[in-house]
Design a protein around this ligand. Structure first.
Ligand SMILES: *[C@@H]1O[C@H](CO)[C@@H](O)[C@H](O)[C@H]1NC(C)=O
Length: 218
């Protein structure tokens, strides 16, 4: 029996904790959800949504975009996260992390520098502030290829169950030089069928094997 069910049977007030949800760029509807991906990897990527990018945020290379989150308390001690992109739509190809290219790696502090979950849902006023939810400006690198694509925010949380979070959004890239090969591939951990034995330890922020040159250390 799940604890929550048990608690509600006893008439306790059950505090349902949302996890983090990407707010900007605007996720595709099915990806504006709080849950991590299934640990089997079955709904990797993008919660199993079949990808058909159209419209979405206009991503002009060289511009600064803002990765932000719905502000709630469930930051799980923060962690590390990446912004990645794929141009593939084929169901098999999108399941291969080699088809996802990293735009920005944030090691530690994503989405918060915090001991655990927050006491109150507070947005940070500046980078480096603790016990609040960060947002991250990042520049779109010249290596991108033009056209409709799917971006992902992937998050490896520091405290709590060993999970892997992923919210996806459609974007429309312009001004790129099509050198995707010089960007690293997305890190995946804690997803059996995708990452195999690659898991990350609790209470330490993932240090990416291949963060790429566009990187923030908090
Ligand atoms: C990013 O978004 C957050 C949340 O909406 C906002 O508070 C912050 O000012 C934004 N940062 C930039 C650089 O636009």
């Amino acid at each position: 029996m799940k604890t929550a069910t048990f608690a509600s049977m006893l008439g306790f007030a059950v505090v349902t904790q949302a996890h983090m949800i990407m707010q900007n760029p605007t996720p595709i509807t099915s990806n504006a959800v709080k849950d991590p991906l299934e640990s089997s990897g079955a709904n990797f990527p993008c919660h199993g949504q079949s990808l058909a990018p159209s419209g979405g945020a206009a991503w002009s290379v060289g511009s600064t975009q803002n990765l932000s989150f719905q502000v709630n308390t469930a930051v799980h001690g923060g962690g590390s996260c990446q912004v990645s992109i794929t141009y593939e739509t084929d169901a098999e190809k999108v399941k291969d992390p080699a088809n996802w290219y990293v735009i920005h790696s944030i090691e530690g502090g994503c989405p918060a520098i915090a001991k655990g979950n927050l006491n109150s849902a507070t947005e940070c006023g500046s980078m480096g502030q603790t016990e609040c939810v960060n947002s991250f400006p990042f520049e779109l690198p010249k290596e991108l290829k033009n056209g409709q694509a799917t971006m992902a925010w992937t998050w490896s949380n520091t405290i709590g169950n060993r999970e892997f979070y992923m919210d996806c959004a459609y974007v429309d890239v312009s001004g790129g030089s099509d050198q995707l090969g010089s960007l690293p591939n997305m890190y995946v951990g804690n997803l059996q069928d995708v990452a195999g034995s690659c898991t990350n330890k609790e209470e330490s922020n993932v240090k990416y094997p291949q963060p790429g040159q566009y990187r923030l250390w908090l």
